[in-house]
Ligand binder design. Structure first.
Ligand SMILES: [Zn+2]
Length: 214
């Protein structure tokens, strides 16, 4: 029996690579994306396009109203500018949406249980750890425990990139045939073109340069 997996898909590099990886592994995959009122909502169009290409069932869960309760950061507060600089800079803490992964993973976990999935896949990676506490291994471990004790059904949390750097993820994606420029969106500012200056733009450019896609 193949794994039946819900994949949290933002439309960025990491989760798109994870989706390709799951499909390549032969999982029966359901993708879920969230509209939480993020400034870079255009990432959702990329998520939808990728699912269409891979023929993966895709649902977008609209929790835009929740964004109003998660203010004080540059991704959901219109009056706070997206900081520029490296991902690991202190200033990037302005991009931490309070408790975001707990909320998104919690809904995705409920979706996975309701669809009789045996796992929930999330593309957190080592580059996230410095800035985002809810991407660290300790959080993922506790979350998995909570999901397991809070439900009757056996379910695991699958995070194959947890200890990977971005370049390793990009290399895997390249092997799986991903054209990152065309198929993914990262920039937090969500403008016409990527700004090239925010943390996620810089991290993305560094990784793509290393694999020769830029
Ligand atoms: Zn940017």
């Amino acid at each position: 029996m193949p794994n039946k997996t819900v994949c949290l898909l933002s439309g960025g590099m990491d989760s798109t690579t994870l989706l390709y990886h799951l499909v390549n592994e032969g999982d029966d995959v359901l993708a879920i994306s969230f509209d939480y009122g993020q400034r870079h909502g255009k990432e959702l169009e990329y998520a939808a396009k990728t699912c269409e290409k891979l023929k993966v069932n895709h649902r977008i869960c609209n929790i835009g109203g929740v964004g109003a309760f998660l203010q004080g950061n540059a991704l959901t507060s219109k009056d706070i500018e997206v900081p520029e600089g490296h991902y690991e800079d202190e200033s990037m803490r302005l991009t931490v949406v309070p408790n975001r992964n707990m909320i998104l993973m919690s809904i995705a976990g409920g979706y996975a249980v309701s669809q009789a999935c045996n796992r929930l896949a999330i593309a957190v990676h080592a580059g996230d750890h410095a800035v985002y506490p809810d991407c660290r291994p300790v959080f993922v471990g506790y979350f998995e425990k909570a999901l397991q004790v809070g439900n009757y059904e056996p379910i695991s949390v699958y995070t194959p990139f947890l200890k990977w750097r971005k370049t390793k993820i990009a290399k895997l994606g390249q092997r799986l045939g991903i054209n990152y420029e065309e198929e993914t969106w990262s920039c937090y500012k969500g403008g016409e073109e990527p700004c090239g200056k925010c943390g996620t733009c810089i991290e993305r450019m560094e990784a793509l340069k290393r694999i020769g896609q830029k």
